[in-house]
Ligand binder design. Structure first.
Ligand code: ASN
Ligand code: ZN
Ligand code: CA
Length: 331
């Protein structure tokens, strides 16, 4: 019969972490019965199919290098576990669909694939190995980002184009970042950067910046009439910048050794309410008020309604939501 066991993992990015695994005789598998049966499989370079469930004989997984094919699986399985715990312990959400069912993860997708993605049809997330195979896409904020696409799909269903697509992407960056803060790993100190560990640009810069999204060379810092024509990973900048302003406030500050400088589009000063309250407001807006066609103007109304529900109309939090949206030109 199958029993639950506690193993150890050494991931490419997460370092040494505990893993809840399954044991059948002398064989362990990367499957977590305590979190809806979430598991991780090896695609071995293929681009379809469910892959081969990772198994092991000593319940010690990976060696911290991408050369060992279990290491990326440790990151993926741990990322799915932390994301599960974040949603469960922060919002009482039991899995992506809130039905107690875990998602599966697939690693080693294709060859030199520099991306990761969520797919509703397999209820699974998939990671490439990156170009050169030393930087798989299995960073924690990416895991949280991809699984959050599943949450968005199961709740608001934000259309993946135009301004609603930007809000969809921002939602994934916001909660991917919150997953990183929830885990608070010494090996990956939490920040307001996306994909900072992967070195996707080869020069040490992250994929995206929440304090000043335009630092990536393409994202919007604030709303303008054409913002919905941008790629959704760029129109997300308006939502990401709103969230940073709401959580941390405008101006310069250093957190965990990273320097941020977040200007508002109208020159106003915004005082942050902290990331936990900001996340609670965004989650309530996502799950109660956003619809498939919500645009930035409607997101302002939705988050104000969420803040009213949680903290009261005219509360400090409510007023901060209004000020943060005005700071990204959503009036
Ligand atoms: N990693 C990308 C994302 O989650 C994949 C995509 O463009 N759909 O947004
Ligand atoms: Zn995304
Ligand atoms: Ca990050």
């Amino acid at each position: 019969q199958v029993q639950t066991a506690t193993g150890t993992g050494d991931g490419v990015f997460v370092g040494s972490v505990p893993l809840t695994t399954a044991q059948s005789g002398s064989t362990f598998s990367l499957k977590d019965a305590s979190r809806g049966g979430q598991s991780t499989s090896d695609l071995k370079g293929k681009t379809s199919g469910s892959g081969t469930l990772f198994t092991d004989t000593d319940n010690a997984w990976g060696d911290g290098t991408a050369a060992n094919r279990q290491s990326a699986a440790v990151d993926a399985q741990f990322g799915a576990a932390v994301t599960w715990d974040f949603y469960k312990n922060t919002f009482g959400r039991s899995g992506i669909k809130n039905n107690g069912v875990g998602a599966t993860s697939r690693v080693h997708y294709g060859r030199n694939y520099v991306n990761a993605f969520w797919d509703d049809s397999c209820f699974c997330m998939t990671y490439g190995d990156g170009d050169g195979n030393t930087h798989p896409l299995t960073e924690l904020d990416v895991a949280g980002h991809e699984m959050t696409h599943g949450v968005t799909s199961a709740t608001a269903g934000l259309n993946y184009s135009g301004e609603s697509g930007g809000l969809n992407e921002a939602t994934s960056d916001i909660f991917g970042t919150m997953v990183e803060w929830y885990a608070n790993l010494a090996s990956d100190k939490p920040d307001y950067l996306i994909g900072e560990e992967i070195d996707i640009n080869g020069d040490g810069t992250p994929l995206r910046y929440m304090d000043k999204p335009s630092k990536d060379g393409g994202s919007a810092d604030s709303w303008s009439s054409g913002v919905g024509n941008l790629d959704v990973h760029y129109s997300s900048g308006v939502g990401n910048h709103f969230f940073y302003l709401l959580a941390e406030g405008s101006g310069a500050k250093t957190i965990n050794g990273v320097s941020y400088n977040s200007p508002t589009s109208n020159g106003s000063t915004v005082t942050g309410i902290g990331r936990d309250k900001a996340a609670a407001i965004w989650y309530r807006a996502l799950t109660v008020y956003f619809t498939s066609t919500t645009n930035y103007k409607a997101a302002r109304t939705a988050t104000l309604n969420a803040a009213k529900d949680l903290y009261g109309s005219g509360s400090t939090e409510y007023n901060a939501v209004a000020a943060a949206w005005s700071g990204v030109n959503v009036n």
